[in-house]
Design a protein around this ligand. Structure first.
Ligand SMILES: [Zn+2]
Length: 196
């Protein structure tokens, strides 16, 4: 894993916050045991976690993707980033959520064709609640709550699933899931071979 090394602090301004440019992190590909683990709650919002969140947004935009969960870069922390409004040349709406949880959901369901940065080039229809109310802690440590619908609702549920070790292919029939897993194993073998 690539780590940002904190530069030397200026001695005359010892309390000035040190900021770092965000950097991309490698995304784990399914199957990987780290993608199946339950992530841990954030109890102390440190600068290190804020840097991690900035890295995740950069990694997500570069992929490109609309959502990323910390376990996808091998970190077992309840942290997700998402932006379903980003379009070429716009600032979008980057959201960073620590300890996100669904506190209410609609009975109405909706189906979206989902994909995942950890399962490249695989897409499948998944049915989920059409509307969800999510509570989370933001980058300033403040509690937030918002109701999402449309693609945002699907995306936030998909990312929260990652924090519980669940992938969108877990909603598919076992045979289809096994087929996709074999395809990913082959892809990983090919990528490993290309690196040699
Ligand atoms: Zn995903």
């Amino acid at each position: 894993m690539v780590r940002w090394v904190q530069p030397h602090r200026c001695l005359r301004e010892p309390f000035r916050a040190v900021t770092s440019p965000a950097m991309k992190r490698p995304i784990l590909i399914h199957p990987d045991p780290r993608l199946k683990k339950t992530a841990q709650d954030v109890t102390d919002l440190s600068d290190e976690l804020r840097t991690l969140a900035a890295d995740m947004l950069e990694t997500m935009y570069a992929a490109p993707g609309i959502g990323l969960a910390a376990p996808q870069i091998g970190i077992g922390t309840r942290l997700i980033t998402l932006d379903c409004d980003k379009e070429e040349g716009t600032t979008g709406r980057p959201l960073t959520m620590f300890n996100p949880q669904v506190v209410a959901q609609s009975d109405t369901l909706s189906t979206y064709e989902e994909g995942c940065l950890s399962i490249p080039e695989v897409y499948a229809d998944v049915e989920r609640p059409a509307e969800v109310t999510v509570r989370w802690i933001d980058l300033n440590g403040a509690a937030q709550e918002e109701t999402f619908d449309g693609l945002w609702a699907t995306c936030v549920q998909h990312e929260i699933d990652h924090l519980d070790g669940k992938l969108f292919i877990d909603y598919l029939k076992p045979l289809k899931r096994q087929m996709i897993t074999r395809k990913m194993q082959k892809l990983k073998r090919e990528r490993a071979r290309d690196k040699v």
